[in-house]
Design a protein around this ligand. Structure first.
Ligand code: AMP
Ligand code: MG
Length: 326
């Protein structure tokens, strides 16, 4: 059994805490030059690489045989034309851990895309677009064993701590242990709270959260579903897996992610959902795809057998699934 004082949990929490500090430093210095346009056109920043380098290094240092399936690799970063970016990544990482550019590139490449019975999955910055806009983003790390997410860790450096004070203190750490619960702490690890989902039973009292990006989800379909359920509260649009945290702490009743109309065949990445899903489930929530199937983390880096994602407080899960079918 893994408990919250175990070395695995402590290592993961320390890794995401340091990575989130690095991300915030980069964000504060962001001038726009740090983003590279990858072939899929998603912006990748110095912070993505720095975050992945730190987390992979700290996990491998303690658990040399562990496997990490993370979003980035250093191929682009090692190109001579990217030397300025690599220099910046090195400077930021050296603010926390010493290493040469070559070492830091090799830490990033501790990651592979081979799925085994037991592996970590990491999104060094989930919601890069939110990060670049100054909105929400998350550092998301999970441990998966035999297809089941056992542990989930998520740092949301720009998320307000207290749902009743959206303009108050920012920076949350979420973590969940299968069978033990889901928790939120402040960015420094203080003020730990056990999380539980909302108790709303009547659909018309519900509220929901969804992506900001219309390329990532079908806002129109969500709006039609809200009308069917007589939901009057406006949706809370937010980037990254922070949305799972919002459902876990009862701030929204559910999180909808119907595939975007422009990309109905898109399949979700495991690192975009593993950490968030256990955080919602351990807070009493339910997570499936839009057809009601459990999320399947065993098919490789893509969730090939799933179609979108639905996260609810459990009570309203079937109601939401049914409304999606209508
Ligand atoms: P969000 O901030 O919830 O909109 O989700 C951000 C994540 O969406 C990124 O990490 C991407 O991996 C993922 N993503 C990219 N393209 C798509 C797409 N067409 N549909 C759904 N998710 C996508
Ligand atoms: Mg992501």
């Amino acid at each position: 059994m893994i408990d919250e004082n175990s070395i695995v949990v402590m290592t993961a929490l320390r890794a995401i805490t340091i990575a989130s500090e690095l991300c915030e430093r980069v964000r504060k210095d962001l001038t726009g030059q740090e983003s590279i346009v990858k072939s899929d056109r998603s912006p990748v920043t110095v912070a993505d690489y720095g975050s992945q380098a730190i987390i992979c290094k700290l996990i491998k240092q303690k658990f040399p045989h562990d496997i990490i399936v993370a979003e980035e690799d250093s191929t682009e970063l090692r190109k001579p034309s990217r030397s300025r970016i690599l220099e910046k990544v090195t400077d930021y990482v050296n603010g926390f851990i010493q290493g040469s550019s070559a070492e830091i590139s090799s830490w990033i490449d501790f990651s592979s895309h081979l799925i085994r019975d037991r592996f970590w999955t990491l999104d060094p910055i989930d919601g890069t677009k939110g990060f670049l806009r100054g909105d929400q983003y998350a550092i998301a790390l999970a441990l998966i064993e035999n297809g089941i997410v056992r542990l989930g860790f998520m740092a949301c450096p720009n998320l307000y701590v207290d749902r009743d004070q959206p303009n108050g203190k920012r920076g949350c750490l979420f973590f969940a242990i299968r069978g033990e619960g889901s928790f939120q702490m402040d960015r420094d690890g203080g003020r730990r709270k056990t999380l539980s989902v909302s108790r709303v039973e009547n659909p018309s009292d519900a509220s929901f959260t969804e992506s900001v990006e219309s390329d990532h989800t079908d806002h129109l379909l969500h709006q039609r579903l809200a009308q069917k359920l007589n939901i009057t509260k406006p949706s809370l649009r937010m980037d990254s897996q922070a949305k799972y945290g919002i459902v876990a702490r009862g701030e929204a009743t559910f999180y909808l992610r119907a595939p975007a109309f422009s990309e109905p065949e898109y399949r979700e990445n495991i690192w975009d959902h593993a950490a968030g899903s256990i955080i919602a489930e351990e807070a009493g929530g339910k997570v499936t795809d839009t057809l009601g199937k459990p999320l399947d983390f065993t098919c490789g880096i893509k969730m090939k057998k799933n179609h979108g994602v639905v996260v609810t407080n459990g009570i309203l899960h079937d109601v939401v699934l049914k409304a999606l079918k209508m």
